[in-house]
Design a protein around this ligand. Sequence first.
Ligand code: PHE
Length: 341
Amino acid sequence: MPHRIEELHRRFDAELKQVTGLEALLDLRDRYLGREKGILSQELKRLGRLPKDHRPEYGRLANQLKDYIEGEIQSLTARLRQQEEAERLNQEHIDLTLPGRAYPTGRPHPLVLVKRQIEEIFVKMGFTVVDGPEVDTDYYNFEALNMPKDHPARDTQDTFYLSEEFLLRTHTSPVQIHYMEKHQPPFRIVVPGRVFRRDNPDPTHSPMFFQVEGLVVGEAVSLADLKGTLEFFLRELFSPDTRARFRPSYFPFVEPGAEVDISCIFCRGTGCRMCKMSGWIEILGAGMVHPKIFERVGYDSQTVSGFAWGMGVDRIAMLKYGVDDIRLFYENDLRFIEQFS
Ligand code: PHE
């Protein structure tokens, strides 16, 4: 009956060819080699029913086939395991040469950088940083600063009114009044903050921008102190060879008042496009606090004196960084913003 064994052999070979995975292979093994119901076990059980002289030959062939099947299954198992491992490694493969992911980090806005720098210089000189409300009253923004309702100086400040009484402050000077109402001299403060004017945006105007106010009050504070303080500040902010020029000017809340220019930081005073060939660039307004202001907040204008100034952070940032359009600061274009540090 050897042809039965041969037939089984062929069947097994054919089925083995179909196997593509480990699971199917285990099934195949069980089906042929399973101890009870395995095809081969069944076949060997038939042995007893065969004529005696056929048994040894049949048994030998059957056992040969069993060994063969075991061998085939073992080697295919090893191959399939290897294949699976290779696939797994391939999936888990990490390319160590790939560039890392860049996680973008935030950074301070150029106006924040300049504001901080201004604050640092004044803190070094013993000033305190103070802030005040962006929405204020007509009284603090104008009246208390010697600008009654019919005062011509109001015309130069196009104001966003919220109501008869409330407005968006047009400068940081109202904080002078708030502070003096609550504190006694001597003191030195700087007040950074947003201010608002009804200007149409153009390269030098923005309806919202930043100012830093300064106020020093004490006994015998003089115009020389004002000059010395601002000259020191401007040299720290720009460069040690920066010169300052004080031109008489008018602000209702100071007397005398001045506009302060610095020697052009681009041409060092020889004249260029940036300073319109004048050699000077206007940088801030300043003056000695008007006695009427002191009286309004209850100070004795006979014994105290002081000086104040106000300057635009945007303008300073534009000069320092060579930015020619103030609107760039407010468009939040990262390609612009990310250039500063
Ligand atoms: N507040 C004035 C302005 O916005 C600047 C200034 C402040 C002038 C303090 C003198 C003293 O134009």
